[in-house]
Design a binder for this molecule. Structure first.
Ligand code: MRU
Length: 349
């Protein structure tokens, strides 16, 4: 069974603190929207689909605390939505899920009593989670159909069960091939500066019994050039209408190297990651995180005082470098020219 980032237990919401992995598997109780926003910003929960679900659950938690009428609570709920959406800017799944929750809250506020309104919001959050689980399953099937014989894959950052509602995006495809009996091997990049590859991808793959080799980010392009792997599979945090893909910083050089090595560069993401409002990648906001994440490692300063650091968390890979985009609906095969909008289908389903 795939690992999942959340657990509901006796009416309490727990999340597996991904910032502590793999040294500690600690489940944290989250009680309201503010705490959920902090967990998202601090990467206790991370990965685009997972933070969408986290936003929805955070909104439902906040609603659960309401004692007055739903209508009287709406200003508070609007603030909760804004807090959740502001936690991280790049993965559009967060805004999509919170907007959907906020719309449900507004729609039923005048017609229902408080208990029914709260129950309705929990079922909306649960639906968002269930839809993402189903999307993971569909992407695994579609993605697996792209790889008839390939065994050796390189991936970046972490795109497994914990980054989604369960199942995963790019890693879900590789895990599906393994389930079908393919002897897959994965080269996982460390993913500096926060090491999602070393800490979480390697944790999930080794747990699943998949042969895993960790490489420094800078080693990856030469592995591709030497023919060590047959394909690159990655997830996405936001996809523009033309197919430009924002994903973890360091994805773009992998796409360039894959093109040069003439191997497929495949993006796997649910349609909740597509931003219909972004015509191209230039319109995607890129999160800039704290300089300390680059300058300090495990409490020890790496660079001399006075040295600054830039820490963009994501980059944009132009559509022209993407071989295929796998969603829960279909496999969209390139080449994409970057000037034509792609038909992703009618949203999540
Ligand atoms: O900063 P993170 O760890 O949230 O970044 C996550 C990624 O870049 C993933 O590749 C992306 O969200 C796809 S997850 C299924």
């Amino acid at each position: 069974v795939s690992v999942e980032p959340f657990r509901l237990e006796n009416g309490r919401l727990l999340l597996l603190d991904q910032a502590m992995l793999p040294t500690e598997e600690r489940w944290r109780v989250v009680e309201d929207a503010r705490a959920m926003a902090e967990a998202i910003a601090g990467l206790s929960v991370r990965g685009a689909p997972a933070i969408g679900i986290a936003g929805a659950l955070g909104f439902a938690l906040e609603a659960s605390r309401v004692t007055e009428s739903p209508e009287a609570a709406l200003p508070l709920m609007r603030r909760a939505a804004a807090t959740l959406k502001a936690a991280r800017p790049t993965a559009v799944n967060l805004a999509h899920a919170v907007d959907r929750m906020a719309a449900a809250a507004e729609k039923d506020a005048r017609s229902s009593g408080t208990a029914a309104w709260i129950a309705r919001l929990w079922s909306e959050a649960q639906a968002i989670w269930d839809e993402d689980r189903r999307a993971s399953r569909a992407m695994a099937e579609h993605g697996a159909s792209l790889f008839a014989t390939e065994r050796r894959f390189l991936t970046h950052c972490h795109t497994g069960g914990l980054a989604t509602g369960g199942g995963g995006t790019a890693l879900g495809v590789v895990l599906e091939l393994a389930r079908r009996g393919r002897a897959v091997e994965v080269w996982a990049t460390e993913t500096r500066p926060l090491l999602q590859g070393a800490r979480i991808t390697a944790w999930e793959l080794t747990r699943a019994g998949v042969a895993t080799t960790l490489v420094a980010d800078a080693a990856a392009p030469s592995l591709l050039a030497r023919g060590v792997v047959e394909a690159v599979v990655v997830g996405a945090d936001r996809i523009a209408r033309n197919g430009d893909v924002a994903n973890k910083i360091g994805t773009y050089p992998l796409a360039l190297a894959a093109r040069e090595a003439a191997i497929p560069f495949v993006v796997v993401a649910p349609t909740t990651t597509v931003d219909p409002r972004a015509a191209t990648g230039a319109e995607i906001p890129i999160e800039e995180r704290a300089a300390a994440e680059v300058l300090v490692f495990q409490g020890k300063r790496l660079a001399p005082e006075g040295c600054r650091a830039a820490n963009p968390a994501f980059d944009v890979t132009p559509a022209s470098l993407v071989s295929a985009i796998v969603t829960e609906r279909s496999v969209l095969r390139g080449p994409f020219d970057g000037s034509t909008p792609i038909d992703f289908g009618a949203g999540p389903g």
